[in-house]
Design a protein around this ligand. Structure first.
Ligand code: BUP
Length: 453
């Protein structure tokens, strides 16, 4: 036990994709005897977030919670209608209110670890209080490279690819479309925050060499930008015990399926597909000939999910799917599903947490990026050997991908012995990273060393 364990506050932003790695990091820090304070914002945008925070706080009574109250946001002053983005902006505009909360914490903080979308609003709070500022970057190291390099890229954004030193070029078609849309909220946040990366004390990331050797090497070698602060790759984060949800029926069904025979399909916590596309996916799954476990989301925010599967999928499709798979509305315990021996492939939007979870379990991915950083993450999936993706499928809502094509690509992924072997190799690397003497422990120790001084 350390005589004076570091006291670290964590300040996540909105959405499960951001909250999940923060709470997994918090669990890791508690495990290493750090004193942890969690800054929470209520009400959360989604129900999934509030359940997750409650479960975490009950599992870790030693973690203190500080509730952060937001100023009201006039949506007409923000160029976005996405509830998660509106929350990001509300948090940015309210960040100065953190100052008295952080100053009153005892013992004083060794570090504040916050979300990437808060860089330019939180640094003015932490600097006068002499609290070292770290971000937990919630996406891939490849995306971090692009984010850090963005000021240079934006100075000549007509290029047909981002040529980041040390990295395989990122084609323009993989860059989040909102970043190429001047005056979008996303573009404005990234324009404001990315030049301030060198002002941070450090960057923590949920990644590891076996998944992202190229980007981690370029970032650590100082190739991407000058003045990048220390990078701590403490991944892979796998689902923790406190996250376990009710999924008895699904596990029972999976238990009855042969090993590697089921394709798991989920597009993450904040992608609502069009009805048309959803029904093509259903028919595509039937055409694939494989058993499936499919999470259907009809609304971006779970609080608004009102209609049942019959309405979303239509009665006819529901009938056709009978006996061929399991369809679940809105949410499953993904950690439990991915670790089940029956699951042989994952059709994923390539949200970063999902990618790392698939890597942890060695489940091959058929990537179908929908928004934001997901194509850049899909490139990582392909480069690492963890899976494949179909570039011509485009962004969500650009085209409706037809059932024949979906079925065919699923068969390709599920039938590929090569993908299975490569994904197993990535899993082995993931497990190596968290073993004694692995990169996760080494980088955590480096971090604790900084927090001690
Ligand atoms: Br949906 C769903 N169960 O049914 P990502 C998600 N998750 O456990 P996102 C479940 O939420 P962005 C479900 O395991 C992962 O840890 C999943 O994060 C879990 O995608 C997390 O994969 C989702 O990063 O966010 O939420 O779309 O793309 O914004 O990072």
């Amino acid at each position: 036990l350390q005589p004076h364990p570091p006291h670290v506050a964590l300040f996540p932003s909105a959405g499960m994709g951001h909250l999940t790695p923060f709470l997994r990091l918090a669990a890791l820090l508690v495990h290493h005897h750090c004193r942890v304070t969690l800054v929470t914002t209520h009400p959360t945008v989604s129900l999934a977030e509030s359940h997750f925070v409650s479960r975490f706080l009950s599992a870790f009574p030693q973690v203190s919670e500080v509730q952060f109250h937001l100023l009201p946001l006039d949506p007409s002053t923000v160029n976005s209608a996405d509830p998660f983005w509106l929350r990001f902006e509300a948090m940015r505009r309210s960040a100065h209110l953190l100052s008295p909360l952080l100053a009153s914490l005892s013992p004083p903080l060794h570090a504040l670890v916050f979300d990437v979308t808060l860089i330019s609003s939180v640094i003015p709070v932490t600097q006068p209080l002499h609290i070292p500022s770290y971000i937990l970057f919630t996406s891939s190291a490849r995306m971090l490279s692009f984010f850090s390099y963005f000021p240079t890229f934006a100075s000549n954004a007509t290029h047909d690819s981002a040529q980041i030193p040390g990295l395989t070029p990122i084609p323009r078609s993989s860059i989040p479309p909102l970043l190429l849309t001047s005056d979008s909220l996303f573009a404005n946040i990234v324009k404001e925050d990315s030049p301030k990366v060198p002002n941070l004390n450090g960057i923590v990331i949920n990644s590891f060499e076996g998944l992202e050797a190229e980007s981690l090497e370029a970032l650590n070698g100082g190739k991407v930008i000058q003045g990048l602060p220390s990078l701590f790759a403490v991944g892979p984060f796998a689902a923790c015990e406190f996250e376990r949800g009710e999924c008895g029926d699904q596990l029972k069904w999976l238990d009855e399926q042969p090993t590697g025979s089921v394709v798991y399909v989920s597009f993450g916590s904040r992608t609502a597909m069009s009805r048309n596309q959803t029904r093509e996916i259903g028919n595509g799954l039937i055409k694939s000939g494989y058993r499936f476990l499919w999470v259907v989301k009809d609304k971006k925010v779970d609080k608004e999910e009102e209609e049942g599967l019959d309405e979303v999928l239509g009665h006819e499709l529901m009938e056709h799917m009978q006996g061929k798979g399991l369809v679940v509305k809105n949410w499953v315990d993904q950690g439990e599903i991915l670790r089940h021996r029956a699951v042989g492939g994952f059709v994923s939007h390539c949200g970063w947490n999902s990618v790392v979870e698939a890597a942890w379990h060695g489940v091959p991915i058929l990537g179908w990026p929908q928004h934001g950083d997901q194509k850049i993450n899909a490139e990582v999936v392909e480069m690492s050997g963890l899976g494949m993706w179909v570039r011509r499928w485009g962004w969500a809502e650009q085209v409706v991908v037809k059932r024949e094509e979906i079925g065919e690509r699923i068969r390709e992924m599920m039938g590929s012995e090569l993908l299975r072997r490569k994904a197993a190799g990535v899993k082995e690397e993931a497990r190596k990273a968290v073993r004694d003497g692995g990169s996760c422990g080494i980088n955590l120790m480096r971090l604790f060393q900084e927090w001690k001084t």
